[in-house]
Structures are given as structure tokens and as C-alpha cells.
Design a protein around this ligand. Structure first.
Ligand SMILES: Cc1cc2nc3c(=O)[nH]c(=O)nc-3n(C[C@H](O)[C@H](O)[C@H](O)COP(=O)(O)OP(=O)(O)OC[C@H]3O[C@@H](n4cnc5c(N)ncnc54)[C@H](O)[C@@H]3O)c2cc1C
Length: 446
């Protein structure tokens, strides 16, 4: 059944006035995300608490209406786009921080709280929440959980999955569930917290999360290291990652990126931007960086310079639009030792298809943001994914599957595993109302 008057009447009964929009002009704003895919929902609703989310899910369940959770729509593969119409549920009004507990090292927050809000609260007391995407000022905790978001610090500390202790969520049948613990240890039952993280709104709507805090180090260095050739930079990365003291961020920028950030050495082919938060790591990392093609090792002189270097790195993704209005952004990941083969392969594919490809990203995780400056590259993308898989990598390191990478899922997940995932989806969401048309390419067979 689709959205009809009886459905809207039932839905409206459990919501605050003004929290249901059906005018297409109002709904338009919720029809796309950063992927630039677009599909108009028939209604947009706002919830303020878990019980309201439950009411919304129950209505959609009873009337079999598609329901798509949305944080702030900064995701790149189209996960928040309502491809089958129905209702978009915006969590943006669930923006309360519920509990701050430093002795137990967590913050409990509603799903619509911005990542940066959590960072600001944590920082004042000497902590941080590790997942810190470049979009932290705009994206929500619910969206971070939806995609298992990462960020520069994942190289040492891991992505969202490692930093959420527990969740409150509403399943596709409208049941409220509580997963995980308030403790940093727990050995009771299946780990549904980790299952829900990265599920892209297809299993349950997250309403609250218990976020793990990590202490900030007193020591912090930001180092910018440039190389004449890619091979030297790759050797440095492999050496850095082969020794025991990890950097707290290890980012890569290729030659096109250096032009975008207006780096002045004209013979520089690439740059590593490194954060070190352990004094013991500094000597090893700097030694490992010293390869034949080294041009310069520059330590940021003060906090202002550190911020400036990171601001330039974080601005890269939007800045690419100045090179080309057309852009296909992938975030493939391969084992670190295979990154040189990945970059070599990408260079060949760029030449073969005559498509400029700009690469940067979290190289310490082997996670490269591959930007094809074109709006159509099916054949080339096909070869890129085959290359990544041949190197034991996978389709996405942190951006997720959404609509864009859905057709390639069967290449990385074998049939029995995929079948099990579909059964799990059925248990959480028997009528397939939660974010239909995502993750599984043959959803009709669910
Ligand atoms: C400039 C820029 C830089 C970025 N840098 C990074 C980066 O460094 N690392 C990184 O990982 N990503 C990065 N991103 C991508 C994006 O910001 C993240 O994926 C972010 O986590 C999305 O949050 P959001 O609130 O915008 O979620 P949305 O895009 O609204 O939603 C994301 C997915 O989660 C689902 N979802 C949202 N809320 C909920 C909920 N409450 N319950 C269940 N499902 C939900 C949605 O249905 C969708 O599938 C960047 C994006 C931009 C524009």
C-alpha cells in the first residue's frame, strides 16, 4: 500500500503539529543527499523522541510504506535517498545530549546530535570521540552509525564500530530495542550493536547511542612530508605501518591535491599529512619517512598551523568541484601493503579511459578516496572494483554502499553470506519497509 489519506491521518495523530510535511515543495529538500541522487518522498516526518519514532515505524509497518532514516544527508553513496518514495524520517530534531559521564567515559546522545557537538563537549574535559569525518560539523551521530563512518584517526583508533557501546533503536516491526552496555566490557548475548552499525538504516532506526570517549594525548605533532615521486611516499607509508608505534593520522594527497591546496614546491608529486600523539612514535615515524625522493619534512609550529593544515585537507573533497563540476567519488580500501599496486592500477585506468582521477585519503588504513572527474565511467569503475578485489580490498572503507555500490555487492560477499544477511534483514524488518532499495541488489528475492 502507498501513502494515502488514512495513512497520513494515522501518522499525524502521534506527531507534534508541523512535524509532518506532504507538500512536494517542502519534501524536495529531503529528496537528495550528497550523492546528488534524487527521489521525491511522499511525506517527511520529524521525531523528537524514541516513542515518536516507534509510532512512525508502526504506521509504516501497518500500511507497508517505505521509511528512510535521514541524519543531515551528507552521505555520498545515496543511502538517505528515498528511491522507492514513501516517508523520510528526519532525526535532526532529536539533538539532545542525554548524559555526560567522564568516569565511565561515555556520552549518551540522541541520533540527531551533530558529531562536532560531541567533539566539543568531549574536548573540554580532555577526551575525544574518535570518528571525526571531514563533515563533522554537519553530520549526525545516527548517520555516522548508519555508515560506520571513519575519519583520519581510524588508522590508530578504529572507526565508529569501535566507539559505540550501546544503542536504542526501533526495528522494522516498531519494537524498541536496547543493545550493548554502559561498560567498556560486556559478554552477554549477540553483539547487535556492531550489527546495526553500518546497516544504513535497513535494519532499525537508531534513536540514541552510548558513545565511547577516548582520552586526548598531551603530545601532538602534525607533520607535512612531501616527495618527488609516488614510490618513495609508498615506501615511507609501508615502513611507518610496519613499525609498532602508529601515527594517530596518516593521510595521502596526490599531485592534483597539492595544486588544490596551493602547495608551493613545484616538483612535489605527493604529500603525507601525519599526526603523532605519542612521543615514542615520533622518532620511528620520521626515520621511516626518509626515502630517496623526500623533499621536505615540515612540522606545524603551533596549534593554529596544525588547524590550517587539517582544514586544507578537510576541504579537499568540496574543493575538487573547482577542477570539475562532474565527480564520481569512491572510497575503496585495500591492505596497506597493496596501496602501491592500487595507485599504479588507477594511473593506468585513468590513461586507458582518458578520465582524470584524483586520489587522496586515509592511506594508513589503505582507504583511498578515488575521485573520477567525470559523470559517467561505468566501464572504468567496473575495472577499478575488480582491481580492488584482486588486491584483497573491498568497495568502501567508510562511505557505505547506498545506491551507488549496490550492484557490486555480490562481487565482495559470497552467496551463502549474502543469503544470511538477507535472513537477518527479514528478522529485523519482515515487510522490508526500512530503506528499501539499498544494499541488496535483488531485494525482490528477500
Ligand atoms: C565534505 C565531506 C567530508 C566527508 N568526510 C568523511 C570522512 O572523513 N569519513 C567518513 O566516514 N565520511 C565522510 N563523509 C561522508 C558523510 O559525512 C558521513 O557518511 C556521515 O556519517 C553521514 O552523516 P549524515 O548525518 O549526513 O547521514 P545521512 O547521509 O543522512 O545518512 C547516512 C545513512 O545512514 C542512515 N541513517 C541516518 N540516520 C540514521 C538513524 N538515526 N538510524 C538509522 N539509520 C540512519 C541513512 O538512511 C543513510 O543510509 C564526508 C562527507 C562530506 C560532504
Amino acid at each position: 500500500m502507498r501513502v494515502n489519506e488514512i495513512f497520513l491521518h494515522t501518522l499525524r495523530k502521534g506527531l507534534k503539529p508541523g512535524h509532518l510535511m506532504t507538500d512536494p515543495a517542502d519534501c524536495w529538500l529531503y529528496s537528495y543527499d550528497n550523492s546528488r541522487h534524487h527521489a521525491l518522498p511522499e511525506a517527511v516526518v520529524f521525531a523528537r523522541e524514541t516513542r515518536e519514532v516507534q509510532h512512525i515505524v508502526q504506521c509504516c509497518h501497518d500500511f507497508e510504506v517505505p521509511l528512510v532514516a535521514r541524519g543531515r544527508g551528507t552521505g555520498t553513496p545515496g543511502g538517505a535517498v528515498p528511491v522507492q518514495g514513501g516517508v523520510v524520517l528526519s532525526l535532526e530534531k532529536m539533538d539532545k545530549t542525554l548524559e555526560i559521564n567522564f568516569p565511565d567515559r561515555y556520552i549518551k546522545a540522541e541520533a540527531g546530535v551533530l558529531n562536532q557537538t560531541i567533539q566539543n563537549i568531549a574536548e573540554k574535559s580532555g577526551f575525544f570521540f574518535v570518528p571525526d569525518p571531514g563533515s563533522s560539523a554537519y553530520c549526525t551521530i545516527g548517520g555516522n552509525i548508519g555508515y560506520n563512518a571513519g575519519g583520519p584517526h581510524a588508522v590508530k583508533y578504529g572507526a565508529t564500530r569501535e566507539h559505540v557501546l550501546g544503542l536504542t533503536a526501533v526495528t522494522g516491526t516498531g519494537e524498541i530495542i536496547h543493545t550493548g552496555t554502559y561498560t567498556t566490557k560486556g559478554a552477554v548475548g549477540y553483539d547487535l550493536t556492531r550489527l546495526l552499525i553500518g546497516s544504513e538504516g535497513t535494519l532499525a532506526i537508531i534513536t540514541e547511542a552510548i558513545l565511547k570517549l577516548t582520552p586526548l594525548s598531551d603530545f601532538k605533532n602534525t607533520v607535512q612530508i612531501t616527495y618527488r615521486d609516488l614510490a618513495s611516499a609508498m615506501q615511507a607509508v609501508i615502513k611507518i605501518m610496519s613499525q609498532p608505534y602508529l601515527p594517530s593520522a596518516l593521510e595521502f594527497l596526490d599531485e592534483s591535491c597539492l595544486k588544490l591546496i596551493q602547495y608551493s614546491h613545484s616538483d612535489a608529486a605527493c604529500m603525507l599529512l601525519i599526526d603523532i600523539d605519542d612521543e615514542r612514535a615520533k622518532k620511528n615515524i620520521i626515520e621511516a619517512s626518509q626515502q630517496v625522493g623526500l623533499i621536505e619534512i615540515h612540522f606545524a609550529e603551533n596549534t593554529a598551523e596544525m588547524r590550517r593544515l587539517w582544514a586544507a585537507r578537510k576541504a579537499l573533497s568540496p574543493a575538487l568541484r573547482s577542477l570539475s563540476s562532474k565527480k564520481i567519488n569512491e572510497d575503496v580500501v585495500v591492505p596497506v601493503s597493496r596501496v602501491p599496486e592500487l595507485l599504479e592500477g588507477l594511473k593506468k585506468l585513468s590513461e586507458k579511459y582518458k578520465i582524470p582521477i584524483v586520489n587522496f585519503g586515509h592511506i594508513g588504513n589503505g582507504n583511498i578516496h578515488v575521485n573520477l572527474l567525470t559523470d559517467s565511467a561505468d566501464q572504468c569503475l567496473d575495472e577499478i572494483f575488480n582491481l580492488v578485489i584482486s588486491l584483497r580490498g573491498t568497495l568502501s572503507g567508510e562511505h557505505g554502499i547506498g545506491i551507488e555500490k549496490m550492484p557490486f555487492i555480490p562481487r565482495v560477499i559470497d552467496p551463502p553470506t549474502l543469503a544470511l544477511m538477507k535472513q537477518i534483514k527479514k528478522v529485523f524488518d519482515p515487510k522490508s519497509i526500512l530503506n528499501p532499495g539499498k544494499i541488496f541488489p535483488d531485494e525482490d528475492k528477500l
